[in-house]
Design a protein around this ligand. Structure first.
Ligand SMILES: Cc1cc2nc3c(=O)[nH]c(=O)nc-3n(C[C@H](O)[C@H](O)[C@H](O)COP(=O)(O)OP(=O)(O)OC[C@H]3O[C@@H](n4cnc5c(N)ncnc54)[C@H](O)[C@@H]3O)c2cc1C
Length: 476
């Protein structure tokens, strides 16, 4: 039993084995497990079994390739690889492992395939496996002529190919330990998604992204998988009573009747709603649609920010925030060899406003700095008939307030609470709107006061926080 677990190490099997070993550690040493050597490497019998298991994995991949070939995938992959990678070839194992001298990264959907990928299957690396990329990437859905392929892989089929990538050369526990010498081995469960290059954490090429928690949605209908998008959709377009969220979807128009907000329209659908909550951030989408003015409690403030890749030359001692006469800079390490900086300039005369801070100059900048308008502001009517604004859609402060995310969560919860109370008849709509409005104003006033106090406490406070700002002095 243990031998079977150790020898058939696909990614998911690895979790199971590691879990079994973690539990086993309590009772007996790993070397006492049948089928392993003292080093923890699979024994000869286990290796033989591993080969058998890999054989089973390629059978699954072959079935998938045969099914999808008819949907245009054989021709597509031949086209992209200069007629070399034939997914219906008799010797599929060697076809998938052979080095490819041609990979056309101009073909639609292959632009963001890893430059380090040189074969159909790269053991242990889905992102460098051309077959996995083609099947899993939401950007690969047409042939070169732009005709949509007629078949797409199912989630189970993507799992099978992924298992083959990880299982074609089964790793030993020793090899896994060697990736992080001295660190304890733990079992973790991640939600994963294969994303296009710009949406990955490193932003270099398409890759698997991992999250400690997956998105979970409560709904009244079963899961809907859109195979072409390689994604689950949480909305049925022609059923307005299903859970009204769809991704991607950009609200394009606010629906109104007799001065009351009655829903939103996107490019694809129209959603009628008793209440619309704008959680769309500091662009104040809903307020703009309704021509609601904003009131400002600071001059124009732009937070510029960027990322830089390491290694950092000396042990990094951040995160830290430093202020000077022109503004403040926040620096932090956000992942191994990945650093983030934010610069808030008190005025446009700040000499350091467009460049990464000196402490990160030895690192490689990931793209140009980006900017966000963080002028302290509030929409004049954050609640009204049929709508509520929450988070940055209602109020914005600069990042030194340090709880914009908390504010967004809290106001979202308050919006939910207000709507529930109103809909169950506990509070008249007019009172609910008034209370929410007062709550948002009150939060903003408190935050402006606290942030003003913070800036006034600096050695060289910006001139515009003197004297104390209050809502009564806000400019429109
Ligand atoms: C540089 C910087 C650093 C910051 N650091 C911190 C920090 O350390 N801690 C902290 O708590 N806060 C921080 N903040 C503030 C924080 O990011 C925001 O307050 C918070 O993200 C607001 O959340 P939100 O959900 O209201 O808006 P957002 O996070 O902006 O989310 C709005 C979402 O709505 C989408 N959207 C917009 N328009 C539409 C439309 N028409 N249709 C459909 N979708 C739409 C957007 O694409 C976006 O995904 C920082 C802000 C900046 C600029």
């Amino acid at each position: 039993m243990v031998e079977r677990q150790i020898s058939s190490l696909t990614r998911r099997r690895l979790f199971q084995v590691a879990g079994a070993l973690a539990l086993g550690d309590v009772h007996r040493p790993v070397s006492a497990l049948a089928g392993t050597t003292a080093s923890g490497l699979p024994s000869n019998a286990s290796q033989r079994h591993a080969r058998a298991q890999t054989g089973l994995l390629i059978d699954g991949v072959r079935e998938i390739c045969t099914r999808l070939a008819a949907g245009g995938w054989r021709d597509l992959l031949l086209d992209v690889t200069g007629n070399v990678m034939d997914i219906t070839a008799v010797g599929l194992v060697s076809t998938l492992r052979q080095p490819l001298t041609t990979i056309d990264r101009i073909a639609p959907g292959f632009e963001d395939f890893s430059l380090e990928g040189v074969s159909g299957i790269e053991p242990g690396s889905p992102a460098r496996s051309l077959l996995y990329h083609a099947l899993a990437s939401p950007s690969v859905f047409t042939d070169r002529a732009g005709d949509v392929l007629s078949l797409f892989p199912t989630p189970a089929e993507l799992d099978t190919v992924e298992n083959y990538v990880y299982g074609v050369v089964p790793p030993s526990l020793e090899a896994i330990h060697a990736q992080a010498p001295g660190a304890p081995l733990a079992v973790v469960v991640f939600a994963l998604e294969y994303r296009s290059g710009p949406q990955t954490v490193h932003g270099k090429h398409a890759d698997l992204n991992f999250s400690r928690t997956g998105h979970a949605r409560l709904g009244n209908v079963g899961p809907r998988y859109d195979a072409q998008r390689r994604a689950f959709l949480p909305l049925i377009a022609d059923d307005p009573h299903s859970f009204p969220v769809q991704q991607p979807a950009r609200a394009t128009q606010l629906l109104r009747e007799d001065g009351r907000v009655t829903g939103v329209a996107t490019a694809d659908i129209t959603v009628a709603a008793t209440w619309v909550v704008d959680a769309g951030g500091g662009q104040h989408w809903l307020a703009r649609q309704l021509d609601i003015r904003r009131r400002f409690a600071s001059p124009r403030l732009i937070a510029r920010y960027g990322y830089a890749r390491g290694p950092y030359p000396v042990p990094y001692e951040g995160p830290e925030i430093r202020s000077d006469e022109h503004g403040w800079t926040w620096t932090a390490q956000v992942a191994t060899d990945l650093y983030q900086w934010t610069r808030l300039s008190f005025s446009e005369n700040d000499p350091g406003r467009d460049t990464p801070p000196a402490v990160f100059r030895a690192l490689t900048a990931l793209g140009p700095p980006r900017g966000a308008d963080v002028r302290w502001r509030i929409v004049e009517r954050p609640a009204g008939r049929g709508y509520l604004c929450s988070g940055d859609a209602a109020t914005v402060l600069d990042p030194a307030s340090s709880h914009g995310v908390l504010r967004a969560l809290m106001s979202g919860m308050m919006a939910g609470h207000v709507i529930t109370e109103c809909e169950r008849g506990a509070v008249p709509a007019a009172a609910a709107i008034r209370d929410y409005h007062a709550w948002i104003m009150n939060q903003f006033d408190t935050d402006v006061t606290a942030l003003g106090d913070f800036y006034r406490s600096l050695d060289k406070p910006p001139h515009w926080v003197l004297p104390a700002t209050s809502l009564s002095t806000l400019s429109s």
